[in-house]
Design a protein around this ligand. Sequence first.
Ligand code: SF4
Ligand code: FES
Length: 262
Amino acid sequence: MSEQKNMSITLKVWRQKGPKERGRLETIPAEDVDPNMSFLEMLDALNEKLILEDKEPIEFDNDCREGICGTCGAMVNGIPHGQGKGMTICQLHMRAFNDGDTIVVEPFRARAFKVIKDLIVDRCALDKIIQAGGYISVNTGGAADANAIPIAQETVEEAMDAAACVGCGACVASCPNASAMLFVSAKVSQFALLPQGRPEAYTRVLAMLKEMDNCGFGNCTNHRVCESACPKEVSIIHIARFNREFLKAGLFSRLPIKKSGG
Ligand code: SF4
Ligand code: FES
């Protein structure tokens, strides 16, 4: 197999000094890019060069750099996290591009995600939805108690698939309505499927939906782009479960109900 040579890339990167400033795409050449670098390593190398030239480095979010934390995220050529299937931008490698390519890099865009600087957006709205109901507050006992409750393997797998959501917001950025429904449904599902999550299931689904609306996310109109954009391949099956949970909450909960999402 022939080794891929270092590449010259032209980046068109969104530069924005702050939330209230106007942003614009800036063209920055990236020379001598090792194809084995990750996308974020390429930005690191470019930033070192920009700093040496006394220019502002490109601000971007990152932490684990192995697809676990959900901190990273940007639109690469219009696709959340880039064209790699089932991967975050920190897992994307430069070998996915060709010498001479122009790559457009922009922040995730949604009304609920304010741009803080360059590629960094404020995704606190997702945390607010979790604070509204994405937890269990009943006493579930210790690990031994959990192990004593038999749960079908299929159900466990499905709950784990929902729990794989890392809260990156790519589903929101890809949705024409900037809906957070895939995220919310994954969080609702991971608890709704397990006995420990059932006691608060109805209050949870109502509270999380209300907070999603309050935060300014749009409604789900079944475009399904969220599913293909999700780096954890969270399925829209969870949105169907969310809708069933919502209907059950309407029948069995005493809380007032107003639904606009889903
Ligand atoms: S559902 Fe997928 S795309 Fe949406 S926040 Fe979770 S991991 Fe990210
Ligand atoms: S930096 Fe943690 S998932 Fe990308």
